[in-house]
Design a binder for this molecule. Structure first.
Ligand code: FCB
Length: 449
């Protein structure tokens, strides 16, 4: 066992992750209708270089070869997301046979290659028609989501063991409806708070649908980090409390403890907004989680700003990735230990990784020592948390391959496999080879069943 993985249990699993809009392309094929990202990407200035996911990695047409690539990395699991407007165009009505067939073939192909499918139902691509009807600030969207979850389970439930309802509801609510940096690009704090609640309600209702159909493991994935005050000035301490409140506790307190945190509700009310809870909602939202997906990229140091409601992130002097995100692996250890203590749900790292420029490409070799270093430091940080008592069951690297990085378009490369967007040729990077060797090494000499 290498130093990087020291302390991880023998059955700890490894995988890679992607999401539908970021890799599939085929945006208008076989009955797929636009999602909010198709619409948003067409808005001038919304995405760098005016790029969009129309073609992306063309995974829709290259899926069998991509699955062979995934299997060649030696991973146990592949986390992908289903495009809602592909399987239920418009977000209402019956399933689109061609759309669901794509995922059925994907699941079969994975199983044939000995890779477990891990399915995320929603990675940000809301059918545009549902946004036109009000989007996540509108309560009915939660019911639409639960219906969609049931349709997907009816088709794939016999073969998919692990189900994640939502990916990073913080991004959907805050970037989508508060700052407007993500689709649908609205800017209204009250709508963002309504979105938070309806995302959580949609999760709870979807879990109910999944469980009533006998789903195996069901959970949710949140993006989280550690929030540290810049000083012990009470205003900075309050800034960190607020960031943690709106970043972590507003999701995990209702999900695990069945209530919204009082201090966060007070902050929200002070901004003239509210969480539209109806009787019974919190029971639905707090259905027990089989697994909590943790997406970790960085941690933040917070300072009080002129508007105390919107704390300022200040540099902690750490090196940064191509996203400008500070590299703080020790934050992942603290986060996991804290989540264990405060929430006690089994955890899996459902995303972790880094964008670097990957300038050193020659003769089919991509030298990305910076990414290897990032991954090694973060996997070590997970192992340290496990040694400190955190129940973490597996690690999924973000991402299998370079892809459409939302507002940054194709400029930011997170893959452990390089994609040449001109030719769609995939090249396993140095980091991909390193990851494969780490996985093989962590299994010792025992062959995978
Ligand atoms: C996460 C997203 C994922 C990817 C990474 C870099 O917030 O879930 O789609 O964009 O960041």
């Amino acid at each position: 066992m290498s130093e990087v993985t020291a302390g991880l249990p023998a059955d700890f699993f490894w995988g890679v992750a992607t999401s539908a809009y970021q890799i599939e392309g085929a945006h208008d094929e076989d009955g797929r209708t636009p999602s909010i990202w198709d619409t948003f990407a067409r808005r001038p200035g919304a995405v760098a270089n005016g790029e969009n996911g129309d073609v992306a990695c063309d995974h829709y047409h290259r899926m069998p070869a991509d699955v062979a690539l995934i299997a060649s990395l030696g991973v146990d699991k592949y986390r992908f997301s289903v495009s809602w407007p592909r399987v239920q165009p418009g977000g209402r009505g019956p399933v689109n046979p061609k759309g669901i067939d794509f995922y059925s073939r994907l699941v079969d192909e994975l199983l044939e290659q000995g890779v477990d499918p891990w399915l995320t139902l929603y990675h940000w691509d809301l059918p545009q028609e549902l946004e036109d009807a009000g989007g996540w600030p509108h309560r009915d969207t939660a019911h639409r989501f639960a219906e969609y979850a049931g349709l997907v389970h009816d088709a794939l439930g016999d073969r998919v063991p692990t189900w994640t309802t939502l990916n990073e509801p913080w991004c959907s609510a805050m970037l989508g409806y508060d700052t407007g940096r993500h689709a649908p690009g609205r800017r209204d704090f009250d709508e963002a708070m309504r979105a938070v609640h309806h995302l959580l309600l949609g999760h709870g209702l979807a879990v109910r649908e999944l469980r009533s159909r006998g789903a195996g493991s069901s959970g949710i994935t949140l993006n989280m980090g550690v929030h540290t005050p810049a000083s012990d000035d009470p205003r900075d301490v309050d800034a960190a409390r607020r960031a943690d409140g709106l970043g972590t506790r507003i999701y995990l307190d209702p999900l695990v403890h069945g209530r919204y945190p009082e201090d966060v509700l007070a902050d929200i009310a002070a901004r003239g907004a509210s969480i539209p809870v109806q009787p019974g909602d919190l029971e639905i939202i707090s259905a027990p989680l089989d697994v909590l997906g943790v997406n970790y990229y960085t941690s933040h140091v917070l300072k009080a700003a002129d508007d105390p409601a919107v704390p300022e992130v200040v540099s902690q002097g750490a090196p940064v990735t191509a996203m400008g995100w500070e590299i703080v692996p020790e934050g992942l250890t603290s986060l996991l230990v804290r989540l264990q203590q405060d929430y006690g749900v089994p955890m899996v790292i459902t995303e972790n990784g880094a964008a670097f420029d990957d300038l050193d490409v020659s003769d089919g070799y991509v030298a990305d020592a910076d990414r290897v270093e990032y991954l090694a430091a973060h996997i070590s940080a997970v192992a340290a948390a496990v040694r400190d008592g955190a129940d973490v069951r597996g690690y999924l690297a973000w991402s299998l391959m370079d892809n459409f990085e939302w507002g940054y378009g194709y400029a930011k490369r997170f893959g452990i496999v390089r994609v040449d967007y001109e030719t769609q040729v995939r090249t396993v990077k140095q980091s991909g080879r390193w990851y494969r060797d780490l996985i093989t090494g962590s299994r010792g000499t025992t062959a995978r069943p």
